[in-house]
Design a protein around this ligand. Structure first.
Ligand code: ADE
Length: 254
């Protein structure tokens, strides 16, 4: 059982996602438990303030440390343990499938969804154990990143996907996944009939596996040469893989 405690100003964003699609099974079965903590419940005064203007000036608002601290205390009192505290921010380290797998094997975390221009750094320094970014772009808050992490963790739970599905996921072995095809064998379009790559219809499992590996390698080399370099450095490419890559780039630019 994994438990995520989510501190957010927008708890209503989470319900619909958890009630839909294959990942719903992980939430319904309580393999992944989610407890929402509306941040406003921990704020003071008639206006239940959760943010204020930044010292030193500048645009936007900064989230106050005190309500966040109270929310965290409530989480600790209910959970009884001190899990990782994740803060979603574009200044964090980019989320990877390896991190998702680690999360999926653990007991959960507090997910802190920031809003506005940021969170008082003193709170982050005291309580946050990991700062996570989804990528090099800026969202209006941490709720979507939290949902992304929940989804990625939920689909790895036993029984959510058909048996070995996620072993073939992009990134699980450090490469992008090969393309997939389904019926019809010939898709007739105004531009002509488009066949499925014949090897996939051959019933020859070793050849199909080799073709998929080749597709994976070439796609990764084209789109994410950094992943090829990492796979090579980790000794995850064999002689056959190197042959495929040399064919793709005979001048050895890989
Ligand atoms: N909050 C705002 N932008 C973000 C991003 N790119 N990743 C994670 N959290 C964010």
């Amino acid at each position: 059982m994994i438990r995520f405690d989510i501190v957010t100003l927008f708890p209503e964003l989470f319900g619909p996602h958890m009630a839909s699609g294959v990942t719903r099974r992980a939430f319904d079965s309580r393999q992944v438990q989610v407890r929402l903590w509306p941040l406003r419940d921990f704020a003071d005064g008639p206006y239940r303030r959760v943010d204020d203007r930044p010292f030193g000036g500048g645009p936007g608002m900064v989230m106050l440390a005190q309500p966040l601290q109270r929310a965290l205390e409530a989480v600790h009192a209910e959970r009884g343990d001190l899990p990782a505290v994740v803060h979603f921010t574009p200044t964090g380290r980019t989320l990877t499938q390896a991190q998702v797998q680690e999360m999926a094997a653990g007991s959960g975390a507090v997910l802190l969804c920031g809003r506005y221009e940021g969170v008082d750094q003193r709170f982050l320094d005291r309580h946050v154990t990991q700062e996570v970014s989804l990528g090099d772009y800026v969202l209006s808050g941490g709720e979507l990143p939290a949902l992304v992490l929940l989804d990625a963790v939920a689909r790895l739970q036993p029984g959510v996907l058909p048996a070995p599905s996620h072993e073939q996921d992009s990134f699980s072995d450090g490469l992008l996944e090969a393309p997939a095809y389904t019926r019809p064998e010939q898709w007739v379009t105004p531009a002509g009939a488009l066949p499925v790559p014949p090897v996939l219809l051959s019933g020859h499992h070793a050849q199909i596996a080799a073709w998929r590996r080749g597709q994976s390698l070439v796609l990764t080399a084209k789109r994410r040469p950094d992943l090829i370099a990492a796979a090579r450095a980790a000794g995850r490419l064999d002689e056959a893989d190197e042959r495929v890559l040399r064919q793709f780039a005979p001048d050895d630019t890989l």
